[in-house]
Ligand binder design. Sequence first.
Ligand code: UD1
Ligand code: CA
Length: 450
Amino acid sequence: MKTALVILAAGKGTRMNSDLPKVLHPLAGAPLLVHAMRAGGSLAPDHTVIVAGHGIDAVRDAALDHDETAIVVEQSEQLGTAHAAAQARSALTGFGGTVIVLFGDTPFVRPETLEAMCEAAARHDVVVLGFEARDPGRYGRLVMQGDELQRIVEFKDATEPERAITLCNSGVIACRAALLFDLIEAVGNDNAAGEYYLPDIVGIARARGLSATTVTCEEAETLGINTRAELASAEAAFQSRARAMAFEDGVTMPAPETVHFAFDTVVGGDSLIEPNVVFGPGVTVESGATIRAFSHLEGCHVARGSVIGPYARLRPGAELAENVRIGNFVEVKNAAIGAGTKVNHLSYIGDATLGEETNIGAGTITCNYDGVMKHHTHIGNRVFIGSNTMLVAPVQIGDGAMTGSGSVITSDVEADALALARAPQVEKPGMAAKLMKILRAKKARNQRGS
Ligand code: UD1
Ligand code: CA
């Protein structure tokens, strides 16, 4: 069955008290909107339409950054969820499949749940995702008759007996495209909020003799974020699930509560993640790697057998082959490091390619930036870079070469050569003792004088 996603994301999110549109607040390293797009993306939809309003430029950038085929349409005035969904109509002209409407502030809907909704949509005209609410609060209530959904009533408009219903509307709806837009046209705004309610399509469909039903899920899945406190609880919920999944995958974490995952972190089995490790977006750690305490990784790949940290920073584009060692206070950015190579102490490796079995001495820096442009450093196999070497890029160090400690290397070094680029040492016998004597005498004179 062909599917299209319509993600409603035009609201301001007043209760976030923020200049940033609510759907762009990050959860596990990705905007809330991207979580909704990923959940819906699991259906491999033919179209993804984002309805944006507040902060539309920033919302468009985030949407296209995640999926360049997404279509962003504008809802310039927020007149309600039915009015928002109606804005997707022209973007879906000619589309004959099923539309799934999601909310941009609801990040945890599972792919399995959306699949269940698609299956139900093959048998019913309108399908609504509902949940049993512990505290139904202000949610819309699902009025059922057996398996048939009769209508949805918003809290504000509900009678006391209706408010007693605990089966609530998540906001997720599935319906054939043509029918959806047809039903939306019949929605009015004569209600307590003066808004066009998308859930009203259920009552309208039923009045036309069409069928409607409910698919249910856990309340945790439908968690919508309205405040910063809710965002923090959602983050905590995400992290505890991610840690539990890592354990199931065979990852060892002695202090799981201190390890922070991103939405897309991949860690292979038999890896060890020590305390206080933070994963930003885009990290893959292969099986049997060790990430030692207080390391920060983002946009990088660590192959099996490598040991990172403690106190290491891997930034986007760090590609580490097998059995690499990255030690304390080492930063690696946009650099491929060959198997068995070691960068153990206090170094910056950026915009570089390092071969295999190479040793980078303490305090080495690839000087990649000239103030305007970035330049590349190429270091071969089995190279020995002496401590405190400055490699002024662009520069190439051939296989088996060495650099002397403290060298500032500004031109290429050929294979097997030793490069020394520092002032030669000068030694003056007895000079240290003589100097000390003069200085001490001077200090004594000054103290007598004062
Ligand atoms: C909505 C449902 C309610 C359900 C609840 C679940 C309606 C009328 N009510 O209420 O039944 O229990 O979600 O969380 O749908 N939006 C727009 N444009 C608008 C209005 C809203 O894009 O004009 C977007 C918002 O940005 C948000 C989503 O739609 O992502 C939901 O809107 P919101 O105002 O939060 O709806 P609720 O009052 O929570
Ligand atoms: Ca809401």
